[in-house]
Each structure stands twice: as C-alpha cells, then as structure tokens.
Design a protein. Structure first.
Length: 250
C-alpha cells in the first residue's frame, strides 16, 4: 500500500506549468494559418502577432492559475487508476483536494496546494505560506465550518503540495525553476503567523529546510499544542461562536 505522500510526490515529480499566456482571439495582425513545428515556435509566433498576452504579475492571481493547472493534473492522474479517488474543493474552501481510495486504506486526506515565490537570494521564500486558518476549523477541529469540506479531525492527515518558483516580470509565463515539494503540513510549520493582519498559521521560509520538512516542531502533537494554546491571541470568529452555541444547545 502506498502512502498518500508517496503517491503525491510521484505525481508531481518533474511537473511543470504549461500555461504561458492568455490567448487573445483578435490582435489586428491576423495571418492564418499559423504553421509551427513545436510548442515553442507556436508560442513565439503567437507572441509576435499579439495573440498571446502575458500571465498576470499579481501573486495571488498567478498562484491561482498554477493551482488550477496542478489540480487538473492530479485529477487526471487519479482517473487513471481505480485505487485513488480525488474530490475537488471550491476556490474558497479547505482543502483544495480530498485524497482517498483503496491505495491508502480507509482514510481521507486533506491536500492543499500552495505556491510560493523565492526571494532574490534564492535561499528563502519571499513570504510565509499560510497553512491553516487558526481561529476557525483548526482551533475547533470537531466542528463543521462553512469553509471546510468536513471537520478538521475527520481527516487522516493534512498534506501540502508546494510549488516554489522564481518570478520574472519580463517573461509571458512569469515563472521559472519550478520546484515541487510535498510534506505533512505540520512538518513545514513555524511558530510565526503568515500574516500580521489575518489569523493564518505560517510556514518556515528557509527553502533547504522546506525541502526536507524540518519545521519548527518535532511532532504533530507539539505543533497542535503550540498553536491551540490560549488560542494564540486569535480574533474571535463569529461563526465559531455560533457553532459552539449550537453544539451545547444554546
């Protein structure tokens, strides 16, 4: 029996983004047919004729495009075997994917896809990855929140598929040197928040540590105890209060 980590690592090993631009139907320089001997030549011709617009530079928009392509790739990989099943989440839900099937026993695993830009040094992430929302489903793991497919504790494990890349403003595809990393979320967690204004648990930033899964915690229990202790100063969640009152019959 494969582990879900092994299966994911096998699938994304060598994976690369194939989206290189946004196709525009009319450019004012229509000359048909276009003849090309391969994808690179086709890309160059479309760029020259104004049919291919560059991908967005805004980090969240660029990450969304990468995530969409990677989700479709993993869905296709699962469709090729009867032993693996993948359920898609929505754009605003946790997780991005649910991984299950006879290959992994009876458990259902949460899989979140993350994109992270390298800093100029090439040794660190430009910013921390947001792993979980700390004041809702992570803090109250037995409750079913609207932004999660099922209660947090119903999952047999929580996994992160991370695409680390270099950003190039002058290239239509915007990214290069894509590096795929897969770990259990707690293994890449830090003691820092991912945002100064949002309730997000952050990852480590050192890329060498990220690759080998050497986060700030030695175990899942240590990670959960740290981030749930005294709620870590999280802002109160109105939805959490509503669910808690319902749970106690209030």
């Amino acid at each position: 029996m494969d582990s879900p980590l092994d299966w994911l690592r096998d699938q994304v090993n060598g994976w690369g983004q194939s989206a290189v631009g946004i196709f525009r139907l009319r450019s004012g320089q229509e000359q048909w047919p276009i003849q090309a001997v391969g994808p690179e030549q086709l890309k160059e011709q479309l760029l020259e004729r104004g049919h291919l617009l560059p991908l967005p530079t805004e980090p969240a928009a660029l990450a969304n495009l990468i995530e969409i392509e990677l989700r479709e790739y993993l869905m296709s990989a699962a469709a090729n075997t009867s032993e693996v099943e993948i359920r898609l989440g929505t754009e605003r839900s946790y997780p991005d994917l649910e991984l299950s099937g006879s290959a992994f026993g009876d458990g259902c695993y949460a899989v979140d896809i993350k994109c992270a830009r390298r800093a100029k040094s090439g040794k660190r992430l430009q910013s921390r990855i947001a792993l979980y929302t700390g004041n809702t489903y992570f803090l109250w793991p037995t409750l079913k929140f609207s932004g999660i497919l099922r209660p947090f504790d119903d999952y047999a494990g929580h996994l992160a598929v991370i695409a680390v890349y270099d950003f190039h403003k002058d290239r239509p595809e915007r990214i290069s040197d894509l590096q795929m990393i897969v770990h259990k979320c707690w293994q890449i967690a830090s003691t820092k928040r991912a945002s100064a204004t949002r309730e997000y648990i952050g990852s480590i930033q050192d890329i060498d540590q990220l690759v080998v899964g050497e986060g700030d915690f030695g175990s899942l229990e240590e990670f959960e105890t740290y981030w749930r202790a005294s709620a870590r100063g999280w802002k109160k969640s109105p939805e959490a209060e509503k669910l808690l009152r319902r749970a106690i019959g209030g």
